[in-house]
Design a protein around this ligand. Sequence first.
Ligand SMILES: [Mg+2]
Length: 258
Amino acid sequence: MSSQKIFLFDFDGVIVDGMQEYWHTSLLACERYLNSPYISVDQKLYKRVPNSFKEIRPWVKYGWEMILIVHEIIKTENPLTNDNKDDFINNYYQNCQKILKDNYWLAEDLQTILNKSREYQIHKDFRKWVDLHNPFFEVINLIEELSKREIKTGIITTKGKIFAEKILRQLNIYPEFVFGYESGTKIKIAQKLSETNEILGFIEDRKKTLIEIKQNSETSHIPCFLANWGYLKESDRYNLNNGIKLLKLVNLEELVAI
Ligand SMILES: [Mg+2]
């Protein structure tokens, strides 16, 4: 194994809290590009992220799912609310597939309009878009500390690479690698990186992703950390096995001692 050391980070929920941005961008995508007869977008909706959206966010794997969720929340008839969100969550994957089918949508098309909505905002008022993200400064400090120690940083996100890079630059972070959804699954990326690097750790807030990494023989050696500050389901914090550690922001400094 090469001696080049690298530390891996997820982006959303680990480096930044983008909850406001997800809501804003998905709502704008619904308003401008979705052409759904079942919604009407009141401008007041932009002001506050509904609890139902916040509570469902931990189930989201890909960005396009957020458009679908926002669509369900703002529907004029039978909307998704705090009261019926559990039914939605309990069958999350199947519900998303059913909604795609019922509306004749393709996931790729929803992803395209999510990207368009981001591009529109970036073009219109870049600063305003950036300000919809709240960075976790403890994580940024850790990345700076790693770079002082000549440990590389890799960011693996299910966001489009270009959008993650724009935010990272504003935060003054210049990682050696940024992989977006275009680069394939996180497990494949980690596997590839581990061929030429010694991966010191991977901080991610999606427990399922970490379990997959731990269950794959090529990547099981990677120390995996579940970000306690990210978008976790309450149950994620319990029954951690496979050597996945729950990590708190206050304990980040200890990681540098690796
Ligand atoms: Mg995440």
